[in-house]
Design a binder for this molecule. Structure first.
Ligand SMILES: [Zn+2]
Length: 575
């Protein structure tokens, strides 16, 4: 136990330094565990504490039990020692990201950052820089990985030849993820490992124009199969660097949106260690996408809340940026295509029902309005099969099926989502990243009636998140995007939207905070345990210089957290 406490922390158990008292404790343990908890608890006081509770929304102190839960949440009187010695900061419940990718984020932190690249030369120069710092990378055993390119910013779909243009990179094994991780761009060395000619793939695209080199959605699988996967030691490094970055932005928990059975085994072995500083609600992703693989993975819920495996991730379609999301009507800027589904309707119903019948929550990735329709169909069919003759809403509130992204939803299906209570899992920064081109892709009417809903979905308890590493994980930027519908990076919306992009779907500050606290708690079966400061909840909180409620909204774009605490332990402190 760490006896060095930050200012403001008070231990109520000073007397246990007395050896006589320690001897006496043994008896106490048997007699009253609750009393012991109280005696050992430590108390923290701040200028104010936002609790997220209806009854006492703001207090100034709480106590934390040795088990890492809040034991007491209270208002100490202004003239008390506790308040006089209180920490100068402002506390609020620790934030959760309702949809991110932990290992991929760690990998991203240890790979080439291509976000924001505007030209092929800029991409090549970032690769060169990385190779200078990591001269071993790029071998057949350790491919160079990068993420963040976007063909729209680059001016055209990239090709293998664009990487070959630099002789120093020509022989390297390179695999670079598109900004939305739904496409990969590879070097000639990787291309040479593939069969010749390269076959087309259902539910995916082998991009052939203006040249070879990019593989999207299901077509990525044949490349991924050749990629020498990082070993567990490397993955452990990735997880650690990801978790410390997440703590740095005030995150105490995440919903990990797709983890393979093998990686879940690794998670289980690491979750009890001191380096596991982010609570993980993991969604199973079978080795073969959209399948039922109950033999490969078992339900696991750590009572301490460090790791929970009770949900599964399915994929109905791809992403909007690469025209991969499945639409009812063709794309406005590419009338030749409506995107592609990754699974057919009856299979989706079968897999959803099969998992749900085993007691797993089912979370379906759906971006386009056709994919969202199929997701609603599958969830509704599964609920009817699992709860015959019962109220479908009550059944859903027990099983809590979700649609990940819920990005473009036909009004008819929005109505079904409301009536069944299907949970939308939304990334506010996707709206503000896509707003520059979404209208071109979808046309004005679809944007106005279907896309990037938030406020109109409030009654179905939306979960907010970032989809890191697709977007940065900072939840305060997510809150900013939800409230202003402007980019947290520029503070701007596209031309013609001086006050924010379709602000009729914006949230107020309180709703946005709840999307990063209560929303993930409800959607992850930890309501009352996370996202709230109340007795019995996990002692997770963040400390800010000023309360969000009194801050100018623009301040959220650059907000730096002072401290982050998980299970009563400080996991991040700003220098
Ligand atoms: Zn995702």
């Amino acid at each position: 136990m760490d006896w060095l406490l930050p200012p403001g922390a008070r231990r109520d158990n000073f007397w246990i330094y007395s050896s006589a008292a320690i001897v006496g404790l043994a008896g106490l343990v048997k007699l009253r565990h609750g009393a012991l908890n109280f005696l050992y608890s430590e108390t923290h006081c701040y200028q104010s504490v936002r609790t997220n509770q209806a009854v006492y929304p703001y207090v100034n102190c709480f106590s934390v039990s040795p088990g890492g839960t809040f034991s007491k949440v209270f208002q100490a009187s202004a003239d008390s020692k506790l308040v006089q010695n209180a920490d100068p900061g402002y506390a609020m419940p620790g934030l959760w990201d309702g949809h991110g990718h932990l290992l991929q984020y760690g990998e991203f932190l240890n790979s080439i950052d291509l976000f924001g690249t505007q030209s092929m030369e800029e991409v090549r120069s970032r690769i060169r820089e990385y190779v200078n710092d990591n001269p071993k990378a790029g071998s057949r055993e350790e491919w160079l990985r990068g993420v963040g390119w976007d063909q729209m910013a680059l001016g055209q779909m990239p090709t293998t030849a664009d990487l070959m243009a630099d002789a120093t990179l020509a022989d390297l094994y390179i695999m670079l993820d598109r900004v939305d991780v739904h496409c990969i761009w590879v070097s000639q060395a990787v291309l040479d490992l593939l069969p010749d000619p390269i076959p087309d793939v259902d539910g995916g695209e082998v991009v052939r124009e203006p040249g070879m080199g990019v593989f999207c959605d299901n077509a990525m699988d044949m490349v991924m199969a050749l990629w020498p996967k990082p070993d567990n030691k490397k993955k452990q490094q990735f997880l650690q660097s990801a978790m410390s970055k997440l703590n740095e932005v005030g995150l105490v928990g995440i919903h990990d949106a797709g983890v393979s059975p093998g990686n879940l085994e690794l998670y289980k072995t690491l979750a009890m260690g001191d380096d596991w500083t982010v609570r993980v609600y993991a969604m199973i992703e079978c080795y073969e996408r959209n399948t039922f693989c109950p033999k490969e993975v078992h339900k696991y819920v750590d009572p301490g809340g460090r790791l929970s495996i009770q949900s599964v991730k399915l994929f109905a379609d791809g992403a909007l940026g690469s025209w991969g999301s499945a639409l009812i009507e063709p794309y406005t800027d590419r009338p030749d295509t409506s995107g592609s589904l990754l699974v057919n309707a009856s299979e989706l119903v079968y897999v959803t029902t099969a998992w749900a019948a085993q007691g797993f929550q089912v979370n379906i990735h759906a971006i386009g309005d056709l994919a969202n329709r199929y997701a609603v169909d599958a969830i509704t069919a599964a609920l009817r099969l699992l709860c015959p003759g019962q109220d479908i809403r009550a059944c859903q509130s027990r099983l809590r099926f979700r649609i990940e992204h819920s990005q473009i939803i036909h009004p008819d299906d929005q109505a079904r989502i409301h009536s069944v209570g299907i949970i939308p899992s939304i990334q506010p920064t996707h709206a503000t990243s896509d707003m520059a081109y979404a209208e071109k892709r979808l046309g004005g009417e679809r944007i106005r009636k279907e896309a990037y809903r938030m406020r109109s979905l409030l009654d179905v308890q939306p979960i907010l998140g970032s989809d890191f590493p697709v977007e940065p994980p900072n939840p305060f930027q997510g809150i900013y995007a939800a409230v202003t519908r402007k980019s947290p990076h520029t503070g701007q919306a596209p031309e013609g939207f001086p006050n924010g992009w379709y602000t009729e779907e914006s949230l107020d500050l309180d709703q946005a905070i709840r999307g990063f606290t209560e929303g993930p708690a409800y959607g992850g079966f930890t309501k009352g345990k996370s996202g709230v400061i109340r007795p019995g909840a996990y002692a997770d909180w963040v400390v800010l210089d000023r309360p969000l409620e009194t801050m100018a909204i623009e301040g959220l774009r650059t907000l730096n957290v002072r401290e982050t605490w998980v299970g009563g332990r400080m996991v991040y402190k700003r220098d």
